[in-house]
Design a protein around this ligand. Structure first.
Ligand SMILES: N[C@@H](CCC(=O)N[C@@H](CS)C(=O)NCC(=O)O)C(=O)O
Length: 215
């Protein structure tokens, strides 16, 4: 039994997709971000970083969404969500998951928490404008990757695609949104047909129409 500490449309979304896809037995526990519960003493005991998500498996808490995703995949070795050890796509899995988390997600975090990255409030609009460009640079690399293939790693859906869908959803309000990139937009529209994406977005109250209505 997995316990996922989550908040709708937060970094818990990618692990939530994986648990649903795998038909795992899991419990969702809402961390009330509106009242800053991610900084409560009880939550900090599970996740000293005070961030969402945390996954608890066999009484062991784990934080950092990519680590959680890898761990879930490793506990389901029969699934295709992570290529097998020794497969040529296995290093590409690490590459793209790291790129998504270390580059795109990191840039998005600065974009959405700009006040943490300047000590002069007047410069916040500049931080946001700079980040919009950096997010667009990362989306452009992903768009090129998707020009000739169905999924990030080729013709098989993996955890990287679920992770990317989460970050694409977060990137919609950015000046150059994922829907401004032809191959990425078509890919996201295809992913909206995925039953797990439909079901989990429904559970978390995420509106898919911006992706679905892309033409
Ligand atoms: N690198 C972490 C980042 C997690 C993170 O920053 N989560 C956000 C929500 S998407 C959060 O908890 N924000 C609340 C805060 O920073 O206090 C991960 O991927 O798990």
């Amino acid at each position: 039994m997995f316990k996922l500490y989550y908040y709708p449309n937060n970094a818990s979304l990618a692990p939530h997709f994986l648990l649903h896809h795998l038909k795992a037995e899991y419990e969702l526990l809402l961390v009330d971000k509106k009242s800053n519960s991610q900084k409560s003493a009880d939550y900090l005991r599970l996740n000293p970083a005070g961030r969402i998500p945390t996954l608890v498996v066999n009484d062991q808490p784990i934080f950092e969404s990519p680590a959680i995703c890898i761990h879930i995949c490793e506990l389901h070795p029969q699934s295709d969500l992570m290529p097998a050890l020794g497969a040529p796509t296995r290093p590409l899995f690490y590459q793209w998951l790291a790129f998504l988390n270390n580059t795109l997600q990191a840039e998005l975090m600065v974009r959405y928490y700009p006040h943490r990255h300047t000590n002069d409030e007047a410069t916040i609009p500049n931080v946001i404008a700079a980040q919009d460009e950096r997010v667009a640079d990362a989306l452009s690399i992903i768009n090129d990757q998707l020009e000739h293939q169905e999924y990030l790693l080729g013709d098989t859906l993996t955890a990287c695609d679920y992770f990317l869908f989460m970050l694409a959803e977060w990137s919609l309000p950015i000046e150059k949104s994922p829907l401004d990139f032809e191959h990425l937009a078509a890919y996201l529209k295809r992913l909206c047909l995925n039953p797990t994406i439909k079901a989990v977005c429904d559970i978390e109250g995420i509106d898919l129409t911006p992706f679905e209505s892309y033409s």
